[in-house]
Design a binder for this molecule. Structure first.
Ligand code: GDP
Ligand code: MN
Length: 348
């Protein structure tokens, strides 16, 4: 095979097999990963999986964000496996610290209580910074300014099947604003006052509730209570303009002032999911049933063998979580009158 020396935008040189650049028009979109330097080894496998199954065909750029400086090793190794250009950004200090309106004692008490109850990451402050940043701040980073859509990728994930179409173009052409793979129920302990805070927000801003919203995905009693259903946000293909718009901007600021990112442990997954369900037209939310995906400990693996053969998939459908009771995806299909795939009951 013919090889050539490629020099990327950071000045690193790599030997490469020649690959044609993607010929067609592309959407203004990029991959986005928030990570620490020590996430490198788990992350590089995630990236290689995305590249081999999807991105080498389209060569979208990849943006890395960190609250610390990335090491040169991190930059060299990740750049070596991304087919598009790579960019590395630092999170501003004021977006990765406790805001001045937060009662620090109350926050510390909340963490202790959660640790005692054994809640995952219950006493972690950095985890709370991460959740707050992923909820309401990452899309403000200047490196994302020129983009309309993003695909979030985390360390230690895997994509099991070939993805032979441009996922971003699919989003744009079909007017989709939020795409997910896995959905599930949140730990109640982490979001105790999230729903009441959301309800007061809606009382103050009733105009933001979309007339064709998906309230029935997140509430089983027409909005009285939250049923804990959320899209698992470690995978997200979504519109940046939605998060940048007035409804979400006001919603995030309202939640941030209420303090639940610190007093409780509000996750970016329930926050994004509630916002998508309330402020979007339900037709703008999309389940990628054709993207087989793993983030520990859950797998989405297409239960339809035809899909797995066409996609050259490497996952075991017996491990599929999508149609399990603890998932919310059956509900999603039911309320939207969508047809479930052949064999959906195989793991029941
Ligand atoms: P989990 O999926 O909820 O178990 O949480 P992760 O540990 O995977 O964290 C979610 C995302 O945020 C991943 O992309 C991590 O690499 C990233 N992340 C988590 N904590 C930090 C942190 O303290 N600093 C930075 N820069 N990234 C973080
Ligand atoms: Mn993760």
């Amino acid at each position: 095979l013919e090889t050539y020396v490629s020099q990327n935008n950071l000045g690193f040189k790599y030997n490469r097999v020649k690959q044609a650049p993607y010929p067609g028009p592309r959407v203004k979109a990029a991959f986005v990963t928030l990570a620490r330097n020590r996430d490198l080894w788990g992350l590089i496998k995630s990236i290689k999986s995305v590249e081999d199954r999807f991105n080498y065909k389209f060569q979208y750029n990849w943006i890395f964000l960190n609250d610390d400086e990335f090491t040169d090793e991190f930059k060299r190794l990740t750049t070596a496996v991304v087919s598009g250009e790579t960019f590395y950004g630092k999170v501003p200090k004021e977006q990765w610290s406790v805001p001045d309106w937060i009662d620090k004692e109350k926050a510390a008490k909340g963490r202790t209580e959660m640790r005692e109850k054994g809640v995952l990451y219950g006493d972690s402050v950095p985890y709370r910074f991460m959740c707050r940043y992923e909820s309401g701040l990452f899309f403000k980073h200047p490196l994302l300014d020129d983009y309309e859509y993003y695909w979030r990728v985390e360390p230690d994930v895997e994509f099991f099947c070939d993805i032979d179409y441009d996922v971003f173009k699919f989003m744009k052409d079909n007017n989709k604003m939020y795409g997910f793979t896995i959905s599930l129920h949140e730990y109640e302990e982490t979001v105790k006052t999230l729903w009441n805070t959301t309800k007061s927000f809606l009382e103050e801003h009733p105009q933001y509730l979309h007339e064709n919203n998906m309230m029935d995905f997140i509430s089983d009693d027409e909005g009285f209570s939250y049923n804990m259903c959320h899209f698992w946000s470690n995978f997200e293909v979504a519109s940046l303009d939605f998060w940048r718009g007035p409804a979400y901007t006001d919603y995030f600021n309202y939640l941030d002032k209420a303090g639940g990112f610190f007093y409780e442990r509000w996750g970016d997954a329930p926050v994004h999911s509630i916002a998508a369900a309330l402020f979007l037209d339900r037709n703008q939310i999309h389940h990628f049933d054709d993207i087989s995906y793993y983030h520990p400990p859950f797998v989405q693996c297409s239960v339809d063998e035809n899909v797995r053969l066409n996609g050259r998939c490497t996952c075991d459908p017996k491990e599929d979580f999508t149609w399990n009771d603890y998932s919310c995806t059956s509900k999603y299909y039911y309320i939207n009158n969508l047809e479930k795939p052949k064999n959906w009951q195989m793991n029941m």
